[in-house]
Design a protein around this ligand. Structure first.
Ligand SMILES: *[C@@H]1O[C@H](CO)[C@@H](O)[C@H](O)[C@H]1NC(C)=O
Ligand SMILES: *[C@@H]1O[C@H](CO)[C@@H](O)[C@H](O)[C@H]1NC(C)=O
Length: 243
């Protein structure tokens, strides 16, 4: 079971992550094991009032207090972290899973249309490799490291998220620009724009009537390859040789 999911499509953090590439965290206490609907039943209705909270949902405000304490600790630990708690390998694993989903589900279709996934596979591998090397370098930093060196690594970590932002936006949803985390119209299983393009192809990729859609799909394959490689380059900058 995933305790941490990829950010979904319907909350206030969406413009931060999907438009400008700011890493986000959404903390929530949910009735997952009590109700099938994860929020309380009157969520986002006119009945969502103080009275409701006080009388039914959280009479002693225990959960409210817990969440405030949790956020307080998260904020403190973010502010105090010498190196930002962003995990490039975890990110690389997610990108790899998206690739696997695409390859397992549609590999034969790509092959049948003579479209090679090699470049995308290579970019995904390069990103994983860059994340691993980056973390190795980080783990060898002592706490006596020059603050400017720490700053450099932190900048790289922040820029990694920005590297996925396509200034031209995701096709048909131009407000979104994050090429990994603007989950598809239907699911979060794969690269959003490429995933949408794949689904638009339907089951028969050889239908000549779909030539335009196939061109779109090839374009999205190139675009996602470019952005993953650029994220890899952001991490791979040989930081240790600069000083
Ligand atoms: C991955 O890295 C290798 C080695 O630097 C490079 O030759 C290759 O072009 C990179 N892949 C992509 C898709 O840029
Ligand atoms: C730095 O690390 C050393 C060894 O772990 C530890 O003894 C020392 O207290 C640390 N210094 C600071 C300022 O955290």
């Amino acid at each position: 079971m995933n305790l941490i999911d990829l950010p979904a499509s319907a909350s206030d953090y969406v413009p931060f992550v999907r438009r400008i590439g700011v890493p986000i965290l959404d903390l929530a206490l949910v009735h997952r094991y009590t109700y099938t609907y994860p929020n309380f039943p009157l969520y986002h209705t006119a009945y969502e009032t103080f009275h409701l909270q006080k009388s039914f949902i959280d009479p002693d405000f225990q959960f409210h207090r817990l969440m405030s304490q949790l956020w307080g600790n998260v904020a403190l630990s973010l502010a105090e972290s010498w190196i930002l708690p962003i995990d490039p390998s975890e990110y690389a694993d997610t990108v790899q899973e998206m690739y696997n989903w695409l390859e397992n589900g549609y590999g034969d279709k790509f092959e049948g249309s003579a479209i090679s996934l090699d470049a995308l596979e290579s970019a995904v591998a390069n990103f994983s490799q860059a994340a691993m090397v980056f973390e190795e370098e980080l783990s060898s930093l002592g706490n006596e490291t020059d603050p400017l060196v720490a700053r450099m690594y932190n900048d790289q970590l922040m820029q990694m998220e920005r590297a996925f932002i396509d200034p031209l936006g995701i096709p048909y949803r131009k407000f979104y620009r994050h090429t990994i985390l603007s989950s598809g119209l239907y699911t979060t299983d794969t690269f959003p724009a490429l995933g949408d393009a794949v689904r638009r192809m339907g089951s028969d990729w050889t239908d000549p009537g779909k030539a335009d859609k196939l061109e779109e799909l090839k374009e999205q394959l190139s675009i996602i390859t470019f952005f993953i490689q650029s994220a890899a380059n952001t991490l791979a900058k040989p930081a240790s040789t600069v000083f």
